[in-house]
Design a binder for this molecule. Sequence first.
Ligand code: 13P
Length: 255
Amino acid sequence: MNKAKRAAVIAGNWKMNKSRAEAKALVEELRPLVENAGCGVVVCTPYLDIETAVKAAEGSNIKVGAQNCHWADHGAFTGEIPAEMLREAGAEYVIIGHSERRQYFGETDETVNKRTRAALDAGLRVILCCGELLGERQQNIMEEVVGRQIKVALLGVSKEEMKNIIIAYEPVWAIGTGVTATADQAEEACAFIRGLIAKLYGKETAEATTVQYGGSMNAKNAGELLSKEDVDGGLIGGASLKAPDFAAIVAAAGK
Ligand code: 13P
């Protein structure tokens, strides 16, 4: 496996934070701090911030994403947003299957698959999330859980379309808890995911696929996590809300 063959991507998941004015200010502050980034830089904002963030990022290396999309292109789905509307607003990325969607909004592997398909069909790049609960790790079934999540999410996704898929390994016990997976735990899971992609799509696709780690990644621990062979970037929650902290992680990924 060769890390140089794939792009490192640091993506911020702002979750349900930042007003439009705050979104504009954060992207403007971030621009000069990441302009020489040696990796991809993405901010995934609340829906209503997307256009503001796109405008503030214009002419920079910062890409904008959403945090979810529906699988239908239109229809009677009150409160939902189709992938095409995200595209129209200027989003290039979308996070699908985040554990908070699974935990609080009834997201299942099957709906993650449908949303992934719709996002790809609309021309979005997907940051596909997977990760085990604490109890599942304690029972030693991380591979079974993550393996099923990924296999189901990727049903009907072609080898060609894998170019537009980033996989984010986010152990649920490490999200927003301040408990980070050790670099070895992150590497073990990311390497397992790459091995699974190799089984599904072949070695070449596996080597070209970006696999991120997420879960309490911050300016202090990013360097060690990102030094691992199979950890190609990060999906950052809390630390993406402050420009200097997020920029420090971007700098660590560019090394
Ligand atoms: P934290 O970085 O706040 O732990 O959140 C991680 C995450 O859920 C990113 O999607």
